[in-house]
Write a protein of this length. Structure first.
Lengths: 519, 377
């Protein structure tokens, strides 16, 4: 196909980072005008890198880019924006303390009398473009106060106002409820009808099937196929992505929960922005069960988990593991009670990136008798332990002494999980354990989580991926504005119903919620 | 960067930095000297070979002098390695060398033990005392969050003037013209290792033993491991259940002990009386040494040798030619600059990475293929 017929054509793109394996190798990627084009692949397949190159955030080592048939070379996002390319990042690039309108016009604000910002004009501009693109936002609301789905609309609008004809959306649904996702899809379809071209990056096959016209699949830094969405099945796509069949649903046996392991009683916490992040949360997790915490992000889950692992102190209330009060204990003590924690942010808490795989998997047990002989490490035992974990958790690394930071996201998470799951925990707190990682690693982590719970561990699973919580959990707690909005233990739930509780449309009675505590 | 090629690259980059720094030095020598080639000869090979009437002689005494000069800088280099590994930019090694020298010296004069244990006791007392001194910036950091860089820097001057006070008012030998203590008892003197006046004392062997000990400590013990992990990612260390505060204190106390030991060995091995009246500068050299050694204790003696060699070369150059001995400062500064510049040779590094990555991918792919793609299962 000639460049002229394409909205966008990337040819032979190769990108090699100074400290990472080749992220892209001779990737060809082209998008027709007015289509929604999915870019999918496992984490570490090179999608983000390719898009960063397209948006001028990275320079390719080799390769050419054509926009509307014209060869272009971007040295910064400003160049890309000038050529009509806009990007909505997974983590929003908005200033929370400014209003929606101020965010929209940031860097291109209308002026009056030379240097003052014409705020009224900004409001007007925002309102007009919101109307034009059919993206309804409240121009005078502060970004800090609006919901996640709304923030995303602001991001999209921001790109469109800057003249974007091609929109890149990086995993836009990762943070949305199912209702918000449905809304987003409708808006994207509207934009498509208006002639905009959309590149949709995702891990979620069902969304890709529902929304997109064509699909480019990436694997190991290369493009491994371009398809019309209608012509391939989800199974086929997943096979292409990982080179094998992935079991998409989770199998787990029914369970008879044992004794209460974690008892949370009346937890209250005011966060750093003065918001009542936790407002009297009471529940328990019993041995052998997986309790899922669902909720739109920012409804108190983060604070709950931090308190449970001693990273914050609650205003009032207690959390006990096996009868011992957790709150205020140092991490070493919490761990010695048999609590394991898979943190949400693996790069800042979960690993020491510049240390080796071995040094990372032993960080919670290196003081144990088994690994020390007098003052010295028993190096053989350390090697044995790390080799066992690497093998057991299929961590793809050259040797145990390879730097963890050099591994892909999924393998880094496997390093974290290998450590946290292998210390015979009585309670596992798993916070977004599979966020942003590839299908293979996700499957392994979920399976291990179930195995551990069936073997008697209590699991508290916090996840923004609603499917994950619904699939894995034996019972479900829904968080809304720092309170438990609903407790479900019958296994009968679906995403629509969850969404209603997550968005605060429904609320169970105190009696029903009280069942979450088995004290 | 544990890949063999990357390790090699690291060494090559270090060598290039040194060569470029020497080149910068050479430029100044050519600018300032009437006999630049003779000056360069003294700088580069003078410390090993002397030239007399056209014949070339290997000068063992010079080599011994270089080894002697390495004694305090190996200790301060190790101290900085340990502290910097924990991400603690503690600069009080300088003050601890002085304090260690003073305490060792005073005990060498006034303590009465009639055997070789006298010297051992002096050195160990100085070591322990300086470990305790380091508690000040360490505890201020851990308990109150005060920057150890600021407090340790200030501490150097406090140590200096406290030492001067006691030297002037309590321990100065009034019969001498300059301010110094009485002579050390013979039992306190660190014996020389070789004949001659090179001052290469038993301290050199102690320094090498300390290097081995610290290398083992850092890479083969739970405390060294904790220090390194804290240096890489403190949040990770905390989350893993390590006692971060205690370990940070430990690293600085060890730094103080090493510096104090180095100071006392230097004073008792080189002089007859205690006479330092200003900061000796070994703490600062220790920072250069640690940077050259990339915080790896194993490389500390090499780095210390390099610095001592350069110093000796500069001394010879300034004695025999018209080049000022300050040249060493220029060369040291240039080395600092080239080492600190992360981007130095990054283009070449990038090419190397590309090559490694391509090979990696091919291997990985072959691996996947041969395992039937079941690599995750």
């Amino acid at each position: 196909m000639e460049h002229n017929d394409l909205a966008l054509d990337m040819r032979g793109i190769t990108k090699i980072y100074p400290n990472v394996i080749a992220a892209n190798r001779e990737v060809d990627f082209s998008v027709k005008p007015g289509e929604i084009h999915a870019l999918i692949g496992e984490n570490g397949a090179g999608k983000s890198t390719l898009m960063k190159i397209l948006f001028g955030m990275e320079r390719p080592t080799e390769g050419e880019i054509f926009v509307d048939g014209q060869a272009v070379s971007f040295s910064s996002p400003t160049d890309a924006i000038a050529k009509g390319i806009g990007m909505v990042h997974q983590h929003f690039m908005l200033v929370p303390s400014l209003t929606v309108a101020e965010n929209i016009v940031l860097g291109m604000a209308p002026r009056k009398s030379g240097f003052l910002i014409d705020y009224r004009e900004a409001l007007e501009l925002t309102r007009a473009s919101a109307e034009k693109f059919n993206l309804h936002v409240e121009p005078s609301a502060r970004v800090a106060d609006i919901a996640t789905g709304m923030k995303q609309k602001v991001e999209i609008l921001k790109a469109l106002v800057r003249g974007a004809r091609v929109l890149i959306l990086d995993e836009p649904t990762a943070v949305l409820t199912s209702q918000e996702t449905a809304g987003l899809f409708q808006e994207l379809k509207n934009l498509k009808e208006q002639g905009f071209t959309i590149i949709f990056i995702s891990h979620k096959l069902n969304e890709v099937k529902e929304l997109t016209d064509r699909i480019t699949i990436m694997r190991a830094g290369k493009s491994v196929g371009v398809y019309d969405t209608g012509a391939v099945s989800e199974e086929e796509i997943s096979r292409r992505m990982v080179g094998r069949d992935v079991i998409l649903s989770v199998e787990k046996e029914a369970v008879a929960p044992g004794e209460v392991v974690l008892q949370v009683q009346g937890l209250r916490y005011v966060n750093e922005w003065g918001k009542q992040a936790l407002d009297g949360v009471t529940f328990s997790v019993r041995s052998g069960e997986i309790v899922g915490v669902a909720g739109v992000e920012g409804n108190g889950q983060r604070e709950l988990v931090d308190i449970l692992f001693g990273l914050r102190l609650p205003e009032s209330g207690t959390a006990r593991v096996g009868g011992v009060k957790l709150t205020g204990l140092p991490q070493a003590r919490i761990r010695s009670l048999g609590v394991s924690y898979v943190p949400e942010d693996r790069m800042t808490l979960g690993i020491a990136a510049a240390a080796s795989v071995e040094e990372n998997v032993i960080s919670d047990r290196f003081q144990g008798k088994r690994f020390n002989h007098g003052p010295l490490f028993r190096m053989k035992e350390l090697h044995k332990e790390s080799d066992r974990l690497i093998l057991d958790y299929s961590i793809l690394c050259k040797t145990r002494s390879q730097e963890v930071g050099m591994l892909s996201g999924g393998n880094i998470q496997k390093v974290v999980v290998a450590r946290e799951f292998s210390s015979d925990p009585v309670l596992i707190i798993a916070d977004q354990p599979t966020r942003g990682i590839d299908v293979g690693a996700t499957e392994l982590i979920r399976k291990r989580l179930i195995d551990l719970s069936r073997a008697g561990a209590a699991v508290l699973l916090v996840s923004a991926d609603l499917n994950e919580v619904m699939e894995l959990s034996d019972s479900l707690i829904v968080f809304y504005e720092g309170k438990i909005a609903g407790y479900f233990d019958n296994g009968e739930w679906d995403d629509v119903m969850m969404g209603e509780y997550m968005l605060g449309l429904k609320h169970q009675s105190d009696e029903e919620i009280g069942r979450a505590s088995h004290a | 960067m544990r890949d063999r090629r990357m390790v090699f690259f690291g060494i090559a980059r270090g060598a290039m930095a040194i060569i470029l720094a020497l080149a910068v030095g050479a430029v100044f020598i050519f600018l300032s000297s009437k006999t630049p080639f003779t000056a360069l000869r003294y700088l580069l090979i003078g410390p090993l070979l002397s030239f007399h009437d056209g014949s070339v002689i290997f000068n063992a005494q010079y080599l011994f002098q270089i080894f002697a000069a390495m004694i305090p800088t190996i200790f301060t280099g190790l101290a900085v390695c340990v502290m910097f590994s924990a991400n603690q930019f503690n600069l009080a090694g300088e003050g601890c060398v002085l304090a260690g020298g003073f305490i060792g010296g005073i005990l060498g004069v006034y303590l009465q033990i009639n055997s070789g244990w006298h010297a051992v006791v002096c050195v160990l007392a100085a070591t322990v005392a300086c470990g305790l001194i380091m508690l000040i910036p360490a505890l201020l950091k851990v308990k109150l969050g005060a920057s150890e860089m600021v407090t340790s820097l200030m501490l150097n001057f406090i140590i200096l003037y406290v030492v001067l006070h006691y030297l002037n008012f309590n321990f100065a030998d009034r019969t001498k013209g300059a301010t110094m203590t009485k002579a050390f008892r013979s039992t306190a003197v660190i014996p020389s290792l070789v004949p001659g006046n090179s001052k290469m004392s038993v301290g050199f062997i102690v320094a090498l033993l300390a290097t081995a000990l610290i290398a083992f400590f850092m890479y083969r013990t739970r405390w060294g491991y904790a220090i390194r992990m804290i240096g890489i990612n403190e949040s990770f260390a905390l989350y893993s259940g390590m006692n971060v505060g205690w370990t940070i204190v430990l690293a600085q106390v060890i730094g103080g002990m090493l510096s104090g030991m180095g100071g006392s060995l230097e004073v008792l091995g080189r002089y007859q009386t205690y006479l330092w009246r200003e900061l000796p500068g070994y703490g600062w050299v220790g920072i250069t040494v640690a940077i050259l050694a990339k915080n790896n204790p194993v490389y500390v003696p090499l780095a210390a040798f390099f610095i001592a060699y350069l110093n000796k070369g500069c001394l010879l150059m300034s004695t025999h030619c018209d080049v000022p001995s300050e040249m060493i400062d220029i060369i040291q500064a240039a080395i600092f600059l080239f080492f600190a510049a992360e981007q130095f040779l990054s283009g070449f590094r990038q090419k190397l990475v590309v090559k490694t990555a391509t090979e990696d991918l091919m291997r990985l792919e072959a691996d996947r293929g041969s395992r039937g793609g079941g690599s995750h299962a």
